[in-house]
Design a protein around this ligand. Sequence first.
Ligand SMILES: [Zn+2]
Length: 620
Amino acid sequence: MANRIPQAFIDNVRSKVNIVDVIGQYTQLVKKGRQWTGSCPFHDDRHPSLFVEENKQVFNCFSCGRSGSVFSFIMEKEGYSYPEAILSLAESVDIPIDSSISANNGNQIDGTTQAIYQLHTDAQRLYQHTLLNTISGEQALAYLHDKRQLSDEIIKEFGIGFVPDDNLLLSYAKEKNLSHEILMASELFITNTVSGDMRDRFSGRIVWPIKTERGQVVGFSGRSLDAENSIKYMNSPESPFFTKGRILYNLDRAKNVIRQTGTAMIFEGFMDVISAHMADEKVGVATMGTALTPDHVRQLSRIAKRILLVYDSDEAGQNAARRSIELFKNNAKDIEIGVVHLPDLLDPDEVRIQRGLQVLKKSLNQSVLTPIEFLVNAARNGKNLSNQAQYLTFLHEVMQILYTATPVEQDIQLTRIANEFGTSKQALQAQLQQTKQSVKVQNSHQSVSQSSHVASDFSPKVPEYEFGFPVEPNRYQKISKVELAERALIMAMIKDPYTLERVKSTAGFAFVHPEYQLLMMLTEIYQRDHLGTFDIAQFMDFIQKPNLNQKIMAIDHSFGDIKVENDAVQDYLRIIMEEAPVSNRVQELKQLIEIAKQQHDDAKLVQLSTELINIKKRQH
Ligand SMILES: [Zn+2]
């Protein structure tokens, strides 16, 4: 509930964002009457269970019970906090984010960072203009056309540019009166240590902009045109806004396709990503000169179900693939991994230029190994397997790989080795068995706490069950008369502060179902700040209890048009209060059951539970 973003800002975002557009990026929505329906993007959903109400700007899934506003959707889907969801949606509809808002919400987007972001955006524009439209860009453009076989269309799509030698960006920044502090912090310039003069960092280089997941340019990768230059490629240095351990090249453009297809491809270089894109594989991302990190894995596992690793065939590339497999196994074990094997030790960019787009497309789709296949193949590398000692080392490594594999994969690999090297399959199976046992012994000697802190970051989110009440299972559930009265009363209180006061002052009144008691408390707080027409999406965002959203929607659905009348309110109160004594006993029983559990008093526990079950039977 507590948020420091001004309500007016939130309401502005709410009014400019359409929930149908936002959810439509995650699943295909079809209009049916006044609602939109589609498959729920939170789980396998063959019969569309997701309903989106455009007029109320809310969604509801009848299968999993998730429901709420556009902010709830983004929070759950992207793992954002409430303020993060607001800011991300604000950005998506180009609402300027005041520095006081972002600073208050933990995003370090202060004035300086804003200026640095803007400078990067402007730099990218200036560099691209130089490449495509000026004489100083001609040589670079010819290189990109001829040697790299990139069309103007691709150059524009990926924002590629050229940095001339005349300090174009520095002049531009000075014209804009940007402070020395901002120029230094932007890392777009280098200062001569002797003279103290500044110059454009990427002078004489072709530059590829690097963007955040949200599409903000935060750095460049530059390739020197000068063959003599000892530093062929150069990236922007690490800085508070350019963190290589977090950034994935092209994720901003690829993420929607990744969501739609479920698959992401990880490449080693940004040119590989562009090559794959040209071969119509638009789900590629690349790390920027670092190994994959748990943060990268987290970003990808939120949107992909399957990851293809497309690494170079050299030793460094193969080691990187091995580390990445391990990383996914430890941090996102439900993700399916494939390792793409490219022909003749070529990288994807080389395959495109030397063999053509068709060959590249085919390799990316068809030459996919399982991690086990890949690891067993990799164990062969650098070994002369006709040498007995090296063959035994190879077998030892294979067993280390295979002992965690599925029985079928074990069988496939052992059969393959038996056929190729003439070792009997029984012997291989016996060795695998031995490996399993020795690993078991080793593990029992090791501390249990090993690396458990890594896993906790990725454990699935447990929904809130504040009073032990699960989400309503489905729309066909029969609602009791008492609960209908409770719902009507809640809506009456939402609409009319006087009714709320009246309920509060009714002696001995309590809701039968505790979640309505909670809703009443929250409604009271809500009313202090929100007078006027009731907006259900706004109400749910205020409540910030995902497990109550479906109840709130049900209340709105049945009683949204209710006219508050004294007699009716009196009726609701009476119906609920007739049940209340039972409810009190239920609460009491629950507490007694807890105590009996703690005291391990089984006889008592059985007696109390039976009473509770009988009361609940009578209620329905
Ligand atoms: Zn669902």
